[in-house]
Design a protein around this ligand. Structure first.
Ligand code: SAM
Length: 314
């Protein structure tokens, strides 16, 4: 017997904050996504956003909150569709067995008023849905098998704008050597130029990385709790970054956020799709200045409003 529609709805997730959405998206990468996207906006690098591999939406929800006016966000995932080869089928059954597109959509709509453009299918088909030279920021996090990642890198190369940035997930993880092989092969043979790495992600581009590297190093120098060093790799500088002691950047606000108690009643009104900064840390004057310089206006407004709310409650 088919369960009534209301029963299905009751089983869909209703996250009250981004940390409740299952996925793999850590502080260092949140900070870097935030920084790269803000840098691009400030530098006038227009373009769309793309994510290959969304799972339940953790990084997609974060990315969607940083979409500029007139920009398009495309998310490609198999969700509950079958993969086409045995290794990918095995990977899906092992790692993402409970994933459904409806759960992704429910999560995403908890934080945003509208869904991104969803391509349900193999990432190898993404070129049929996204125009060449149109994407400013692409996150490759779909299959972690060598052939797929290699294909995704080549596809993204054709979709990125000249100043576009690609991020590769799990480029050095023990359980998926194919991602490492595809990543460094692209550096050696396909003209991919590294900008920086964290413990989980590789950030690179096919355009000139020097202006980005210089701006990133300047930003890193003023960050509390974010460690970095520069190593020479293949004749070019590569920035290593770790952010174990850093605060998370602004998160989008869930429409299911707990109803405010009497004390919180003066907090700013919730607007789905607006963003809220993680726990505030004392003595962050320079951060506020950087926020004003680098964050999208909507993010800055949310920060200022949240701060006013906190001040009013003291
Ligand atoms: C590691 S998860 C993505 C995690 C997500 N970005 C996050 O931050 O939580 C990988 C996703 O890739 C999808 N996937 C696996 N193989 C794929 C393929 N060949 N094409 C498209 N999506 C695929 C899976 O369904 C899964 O949702």
């Amino acid at each position: 017997m088919t369960a009534p529609l209301a029963d299905h709805r009751a089983q869909l997730p209703r996250p009250t904050r981004l940390s409740e959405v299952k996925g793999w998206f850590f502080t260092a990468d949140q900070l870097l996504f935030d920084w790269f996207l803000a840098y691009q906006r400030t530098a006038g690098h227009r373009g769309d956003l793309l994510e290959l591999g969304a799972y339940l939406g953790k990084s997609a929800i974060f990315l969607g909150a940083r979409l500029g006016d007139g920009e398009r966000f495309t998310v490609c995932d198999l969700f509950d569709s079958p993969a086409e080869d045995t290794s990918n089928t095995k990977e899906m059954a092992k790692s993402y067995a409970t994933l459904t597109r409806r759960a992704f959509e429910a999560n995403y709509l908890a934080f945003h008023d509208a869904l991104p453009d969803i391509v349900q299918g193999l990432s190898s088909r993404v070129r049929d849905h996204v125009a060449e030279d149109s994407v400013r920021f692409a996150h490759i996090d779909a299959s972690h098998l060598y052939e797929h990642v290699h294909g995704d890198i080549l596809a993204v190369r054709s979709l990125l704008t000249g100043t576009g940035v690609v991020v590769l997930d799990d480029f050095r993880a023990e359980h998926c050597p194919g991602v490492a092989a595809a990543t460094w092969q692209a550096v050696a043979n396909e003209g991919l130029r590294p900008v920086c790495i964290t413990g989980t992600k590789f950030y690179g581009m096919w355009g000139d990385p020097e202006p980005l590297r210089a701006a990133l190093l300047e930003w890193l120098a003023g960050q509390d709790g974010v460690w970095h060093e520069v190593q020479q790799v293949n004749g070019a500088p590569l920035i290593r970054i770790s952010a174990k002691d850093a605060a998370e950047p602004a998160h989008p606000v869930s429409r299911y956020r707990a109803a405010p108690g009497p004390k919180a009643a003066r907090a700013p009104e919730h607007v789905p799709g607006s963003v809220r900064r993680g726990p505030a840390r004392p003595g962050r004057g320079p951060l506020r200045r950087l926020a004003a310089d680098w964050l999208p206006p909507a993010v800055t407004r949310a920060l200022v409003a949240a701060r006013r709310g906190r001040t009013a409650r003291r």
